[in-house]
Design a protein around this ligand. Sequence first.
Ligand code: HEM
Length: 198
Amino acid sequence: MSPCPSLRQALRAATRAEHEALEAQPLMRRLVSPELTLAEYSLIVRAQRAYYRLLEPALWPFERQLRDRLPDAGYRYQSRLPALERDSRQLALPADESEPGWVFRPTSAEQALGVLYVLEGASQGGRLIARRLEQVLALDGENGARFFSSYAEHSNWTLFCRWLEELPSEELWGEAITGAQKTFTTLHIHFDHWQRRV
Ligand code: HEM
């Protein structure tokens, strides 16, 4: 049986269309294409780095609140930035210190839970993408693909799903769903913006 059938299923059903649209976004399609180039992959790393730089400062206070409420679950969000900064250095990417971005910033712990659902759920596709990067560009966790390969090595998904199961009463699910849907749609807009640079 799935580790978290209820709120997780609601989130999954409510964001199915957004996930499908994001998978069809041209940069995301390239990411799993056998013709992916290093230039395209580099742009995707820069786009992800810009996204997490803008999102994480807004996420941390609510992630902390959620952990205070649910101290026993053992889940904690791991910043994606160390891996992205490392990949950027290994690929000799520009520093991009003040790039604009399209980010949904949560305003409540429940919304942040929806944001975290999207970020942790990305590990499910991330593992597949890591294999592709190794096959197509010979990149792995040591030479420029740490962000994606870390999904293959360890994922917080199971712990996070247990966390979802303990939270919150059904009347708060709507807030979490809003957080997840807005995260998908803004990430899509963010990638569209970066794609114009190809
Ligand atoms: C090329 C891009 C992508 C591919 C190929 C892909 C693929 C997948 C796959 C195969 C799954 C597992 C589906 C299942 O269990 O039935 C999945 C789940 C998921 N992906 Fe993606 N994905 C991509 C991009 C993303 C991105 C960019 C995000 C968010 C940042 C994301 C968020 C999620 C979430 C939240 C789930 C979990 C759904 C659930 O089981 O509750 N995906 N993805």
